[in-house]
Design a protein around this ligand. Structure first.
Ligand SMILES: *Cc1c(COP(=O)(O)O)cnc(C)c1O
Length: 381
């Protein structure tokens, strides 16, 4: 690397990147514990009446999970493997929700064996399965709610019609299960506060209807979706604004005794991750600079595909910017990170990094396509 990229002037993040590259070869995914802790505390501070269950699919790295175990967090898991991972790292079964509405028989048997008794469902066949393989489980019916404007739509695949909710909860009771409440997910990276407001109103109606039918519900699960800033200059509703509205609506619509839980993923880990890559090749074609990085769409940029995410590519270089294409290292032209980035002139060895990329990045990276491993994950304070 050129000396100029190690100049002492620069911000904290750039200094952290320089220090990390002195010890580890790129690509590196730096996860800052202090940011995970800050995000967890921010969640607790702005939604004090809501218990967070960290959705580990966003980033299941053991050190990330351990950080949240130490903070006393609860956890959202979607499979027996995720369940065993968090149990093995010290989370007690009472702090886990099995929040996949479709669970395989062996996974349900594992839940029963490990005493993970809280789970979601959204259909009748699932109830028969739960009653048989994890009897007496405590269940939350997941309802379908509007996902308008959220970056990742989840209601296309999950959620019962709200009109069916009470019927399903009564069915659960008839099968010997414990119907305890309702859950929803407004879609990931939800910046439309209205999605939460509507979902809470629909859920409150389900609570009222259940009560009229002699079923008192005690748990409200508001899911995940809490947004983060992927770009420095982004102007959507902040978590704080959203949290204020959610707080007001919770007080307005629900009994004080209702236990409110949430399943944040992206919000807790996204801001904690910095991906550091290097240019491994460059050319000039189609009238543009082409830079090839040592990480790409099959690796830690997998969020471009699976999370529909866009990232802000940054460099340690200053100077005039030119229209550039940035691609990953594999022999697949689909492995293209951006066709139109404004970047300064870069050389082989130059650093390209991305902030706020801790969620849905390394988690969905392919292990060794074309012989390229994803970034090494390095936890720092
Ligand atoms: C993915 C997922 C989450 C986490 O969503 P975020 O948008 O990352 O907060 C929570 N709950 C369920 C059921 C999920 O599938």
């Amino acid at each position: 690397m050129k000396k100029s990229e190690f100049s002492p002037n620069g911000n904290t993040v750039e200094n952290l990147i320089r220090q990390t590259l002195a010890k580890h070869a790129a690509p590196v995914m730096i996860i800052r514990r202090s940011i995970l802790i800050r995000q967890y505390k921010r969640f607790r501070q702005y939604l004090p009446q809501v218990t967070p269950y960290y959705a580990i699919k966003a980033n299941p790295h053991p050190d990330v999970i351990k950080t949240f175990v130490r903070l006393g967090s609860h956890f959202d898991v979607a499979s027996a493997q995720e369940m065993n991972l968090v149990l093995g790292l010290g989370a007690p079964p009472q702090k886990i929700i099995f929040a996949n509405t479709i669970k395989s028989v062996p996974d349900l048997q594992m839940a029963a064996r490990k005493r993970v008794s809280l789970m979601t469902f959204d259909n009748e066949p699932e109830l028969y399965k739960i009653a048989r393989h994890a009897p007496a489980s405590r269940v939350l019916v997941r309802i379908k709610v509007e996902n308008i404007g959220s970056v990742v739509e989840l209601s296309l695949k999950f959620g019962a019609d709200p009109e069916q909710a009470v019927f399903l909860l009564r069915k659960a009771k008839a099968l010997g299960l414990q119907p305890e409440g309702v859950s929803f997910h407004v879609g990931s990276q939800c910046t439309q506060i209205q999605n939460y407001v509507q979902a809470l109103e629909v859920t409150a109606a389900v609570f009222r209807e259940a009560k009229e039918e002699g079923l008192t519900l005690s748990i409200l699960d508001i899911g995940g979706g809490f947004p983060i800033r992927h770009f420095d200059h982004e102007n959507h509703a902040t978590f704080e604004t959203l949290a204020r509205t959610v707080r007001t609506e919770l007080t307005r619509l629900f009994d004080k005794k209702t236990r409110v839980i949430a399943e944040p993923g992206r919000f807790l880990v996204g801001p904690g991750g910095i991906l550091v890559t290097q240019v491994i090749g460059r050319t000039f074609r189609n009238n543009k600079n082409y830079y090839y990085l040592n990480d790409g769409v099959y690796g830690d940029f997998s969020g471009i595909v699976f999370d529909h995410c866009k990232y802000e590519l940054k460099t340690l270089r200053r100077g005039q910017k030119f229209l550039s294409t940035v691609a990953g290292p594999t022999c697949d032209s689909f492995d293209t990170i951006s066709l139109s980035e404004e970047l300064p002139e870069l050389d082989v060895g130059s650093v390209v990094y991305v902030k706020n990329i801790g969620a849905y990045s390394s988690a969905s990276a392919v292990q060794n396509f074309n012989g390229f491993a994803p970034a090494k994950i390095v936890l720092t304070d």
